[in-house]
Design a binder for this molecule. Structure first.
Ligand code: RTP
Ligand code: MG
Length: 142
C-alpha cells in the first residue's frame, strides 16, 4: 500500500472544545504520523482560497464564516493509505450520519460545526499541503 500525505484541519468548534489532543490520538492510534502542524486563525481570503472548489455551493458563505470564527489546527498526516484512512476516522460530513466511534460522531455538533477537515483525493491533498506548508516545514515520518 502506498505511503501518502494528507491535510487534516481541526476546525474552530473542536479547538474551542479543547479536544485537539483527543483528535490527534485518533490519528496516532490508526498509525498516521503528524509530520507538520500549525495553529492559525484563517483570514477570510485564506478560507475562501482554501475552499475555492466550493465557491459556487449554497453553503460557501456559511463555511467561510465558520472557518474564520476562531483558530484552527492544521496538520499533515503521513502513513499507508493516509487520505482514505483519515476520511474513515473523520466519519460522514453530517455528524448525525457519521458511524459510531468516528471523530465527527464523537466531537461534532452539526454539518457546519463538524470538527475536522480532510483532503478527499491525492490531487487535493497535494494542493492543500502546498496551500499551508512550505516543503521545508514537512518532516519525513520515519
Ligand atoms: P471537509 O471538506 O471539511 O473535510 O468536509 P467534507 O469533505 O466531508 O464535505 P464537503 O462536501 O467537502 O464540504 C465542505 C464543508 O462544507 C460544509 N457543508 N455544508 N449545509 C450543507 O449542505 C453543507 N455541505 C457541506 C461542511 O462543514 C463540510 O465539512
Ligand atoms: Mg471536502
Amino acid at each position: 500500500m502506498a505511503i501518502e500525505r494528507t491535510i487534516s484541519i481541526v476546525k474552530p468548534d473542536a479547538v474551542g472544545k479543547n479536544v485537539i489532543g483527543k483528535i490527534y490520538d485518533r490519528f496516532e492510534s490508526a498509525g498516521l504520523k503528524i509530520v507538520a502542524a500549525k495553529m492559525k486563525h484563517l483570514s477570510r481570503a485564506e478560507a475562501e482560497g482554501f475552499y475555492a472548489v466550493h465557491k459556487e455551493r449554497p453553503f460557501f458563505n456559511d463555511l467561510v464564516n465558520f472557518m474564520t470564527s476562531g483558530p484552527v489546527m492544521i496538520q499533515v498526516l503521513e502513513g499507508e493509505n493516509a487520505i482514505l484512512k483519515n476520511r474513515e476516522l473523520m466519519g460522514a460530513t453530517d455528524p448525525k450520519k457519521a458511524d459510531a466511534g468516528t471523530i465527527r460522531a464523537d466531537f461534532a455538533a452539526s454539518i457546519d460545526a463538524n470538527a475536522v477537515h480532510g483532503s478527499d483525493s491525492p490531487e487535493n491533498a497535494a494542493i492543500e499541503i502546498a496551500f499551508f506548508f512550505a516543503s521545508s516545514e514537512v518532516y519525513a515520518g520515519r
